[in-house]
Design a protein around this ligand. Structure first.
Ligand code: NDP
Length: 313
């Protein structure tokens, strides 16, 4: 396979990468998806997606990813579970192989930043710090905020940027009271977002405040009950992180233009290098939704097809 020249190599096996693969392989482009060892992206840890159009009762993240992966393969994409460590022109390097291509689509996603707090049960015994992850703790209000466990209950958002404000405003549609915990003296969010938050009757903001621990019940299954701020105990059914995302762009080693947060700069999925495209969360600091990632995967594939039609001999 080392001597083959692919029409397109898609780096990253999340929703945008598989979507791009479905489109490029259906367009008869010889497509290799290097999906990474931990393929599937952020949706692999999402229990149920209720806002992906077409699934009346929602669909589990892993099921959606399995379906899309199979769909890309069905139309001819070759999928390998290898991590890419660098690119050089249109050559793509994994630990043991070099793959050659005429174009590249990057869809390596982003990871929501989270914090590991000491966790305790209701008797004060220590628990693994990840006990309440997905059982009250989340890093995506739009994905999880409407779940029944948060309805009419107090919710905490950690962060002080636009995301924290946006998440709090969204969560205010469901929770009884939303508290934003800001670690510094002021918020980093734009003034319009801060105004919206401050004007909202259900939202309050606490400054110079950091969580020191979390607690909850474990039987019959884990359930977050609250957080500690030093000696203060605050009841909450939800803890949402909005402390930024880290786009997976380290392997690019300065070869593409990035913004100040490390996201790939794109114009309709085109990067600053001709023939290299980017889609999904790796180039999207704002929307970060399954449906927008899929949409941009389609866009990248169509742009790539256009590029190859003009540039291939
Ligand atoms: P930001 O990097 O802007 O903000 C992160 C926030 O999290 C900061 O307030 C930071 O605090 C806080 N934080 C970081 N680490 C910790 C920690 N360990 N404990 C507690 N707090 C912590 O990220 P966003 O996701 O909010 O925004 C990213 C980009 O996306 C920005 O450019 C933003 O404008 C944009 N965006 C725009 C939206 C819009 O509606 N237009 C919506 C969402 C995002 P500190 O300030 O002390 O460093």
């Amino acid at each position: 396979m080392d001597n083959l020249i692919w029409s397109v190599i898609i780096i990253g096996g999340g929703i945008s990468g598989y979507t791009a693969g479905i489109y490029t392989s259906r367009a008869n482009l010889k497509t290799l998806i290097l999906e990474g060892v931990n393929w599937g992206g952020q949706l692999m840890t999402t229990d149920i997606i209720e806002n992906y159009p077409g699934f009346l009762d929602g669909i589990s993240g892993p099921e959606l990813m399995m379906n899309m992966r199979q769909q890309a393969e069905k139309y001819g994409s070759v999928i390998l579970s290898e991590d890419v460590i660098k690119i050089d022109g249109y050559n793509v390097y994994t630990k043991n192989n070099i793959y050659h291509s005429k174009s590249i689509i990057i869809s390596t996603g982003a990871i929501a930043k989270t914090i590991d707090y000491p966790a305790y049960d209701l008797d004060g015994n220590s628990l693994p710090s990840n006990t309440f992850w997905n059982h009250g703790i989340s890093a995506c209000a739009v994905c999880d905020g409407a779940l029944p466990m948060f309805r009419d209950k107090p919710i905490i958002v950690v962060g002080g940027g636009d995301s924290a404000c946006q998440e709090a405003l969204f969560l205010a549609n469901f929770g009884s009271e939303i508290t934003i915990l800001v670690r510094g003296e002021k918020m980093r969010a734009s003034s319009i977002m801060q105004k919206r938050v401050n004007d909202h009757p259900k939202i309050k903001v606490r400054y110079l405040t950091s969580i020191t621990g979390i607690y909850g019940s474990v039987d019959p299954k884990p359930k977050l009950n609250g957080v500690f701020i030093d000696d203060e105990k605050i009841e909450t059914s939800g803890l949402f992180f909005a402390i930024g995302h880290s786009p997976n762009t380290g392997f690019l080693n300065g070869q593409l233009d990035l913004d100040d947060h490390g996201y790939i700069l794109t114009n309709n999925t085109r990067t600053n290098v001709s023939g290299i495209f980017a889609c999904g969360d790796v180039q999207d600091p704002i929307y970060r939704q399954a449906i927008t990632a899929a949409g941009s995967g389609c866009q990248a594939a169509l742009e790539c097809e256009k590029f190859l039609a003009i540039n291939s001999v």
